[in-house]
Design a protein around this ligand. Structure first.
Ligand SMILES: Nc1ncnc2c1ncn2[C@@H]1O[C@H](COP(=O)(O)OP(=O)(O)OP(=O)(O)O)[C@@H](O)[C@H]1O
Ligand SMILES: [Mg+2]
Length: 230
């Protein structure tokens, strides 16, 4: 068994001075190399949980370890943690419209001190891998929704993170494009051995994962293995 890459114990996160209890004691473990879906209805706390795992926000109480980092107590440089350990994919790609696909890929590499040439080589290789080598110099408004999401997938992988966090990554796509992006994510997860955590309210999308963790009202209600994948 691989080691845990995420360990959460009794995580609580509130908003509005405690009036909204977005996470109400979440405990879970995710193992290195897993593909896990976090599923649940709107408002159940999925994005809140993903944002804590990605060190975009801090819990009110509980314990959270991600890739060996203590995110509850650490006062360290979380920007550096995020840049080195985590790749993010959001529903609306979050690409910078005035930059080309290639330039968008290079943004996370600015956090690393490495020769530009190495970052550029990785970016070109990834664009090739997601099938966009010929569109490296297009800007997001000149790409289709599915192409933009493929750029976002490549950007999430650019720093070779241990963990990819995807929040409704196919939420704005039609069903055919959705399947293509989910297939791409699954292939990259396999090829690179990267841990993939995908948030979705859609049980059909969750079926692409090896394991589904279900949240309701800020609590984990189920964590089952979906059938063995070929
Ligand atoms: N920044 C915030 N300020 C106040 N309340 C918030 C904030 N973010 C989330 N909430 C509240 O916390 C609860 C959980 O929200 P969260 O965004 O985690 O749900 P979700 O499962 O991702 O929902 P969806 O499927 O609609 O994206 C909701 O009641 C929401 O209104
Ligand atoms: Mg959400």
């Amino acid at each position: 068994m691989n080691e845990q890459i995420v360990i959460a114990r009794d995580l609580v996160k509130t908003y509005d001075n405690g009036r909204t209890r977005a996470l109400d004691g979440v405990s879970l473990e995710i193992f290195a190399g897993e593909f896990v879906a976090i599923c649940g209805p709107s408002g159940s706390g999925k994005s809140t949980l993903l944002n804590l795992i990605g060190a975009l926000d801090r819990p009110d109480s509980g314990e959270l370890w991600v890739a060996g980092e203590d995110l509850t107590h650490s006062r360290g440089d979380l920007a550096s943690f995020r840049a080195r350990k985590v790749g993010f994919i959001f529903q609306l790609h979050n690409l910078i419209p005035s930059l080309t696909a290639l330039e968008n890929l290079l943004i996370p590499t600015l956090e690393l001190n490495e020769p530009r040439r190495e970052a550029q080589a990785r970016a070109r290789e990834l664009l090739e891998r997601v099938g966009l080598a010929d569109k490296a110099h297009r800007r997001p408004p000149e790409l289709s929704g599915g192409e933009r999401q493929r750029v976002a997938v490549a950007r999430a992988l650019i720093n070779n993170p241990q963990l990819i966090l995807a929040d409704e990554p196919t939420g704005s796509l039609d069903s055919k494009t959705e399947k293509a992006v989910l297939d791409l994510l699954r292939e990259l997860h396999r090829e690179r051995g990267v841990t993939l955590i995908l948030v979705t309210h859609d049980a059909r999308v969750a079926q692409h994962a090896d394991r589904v963790i279900e949240l309701i009202d800020g609590r984990v209600v189920i964590g089952v293995d979906t059938a063995q994948k070929p």
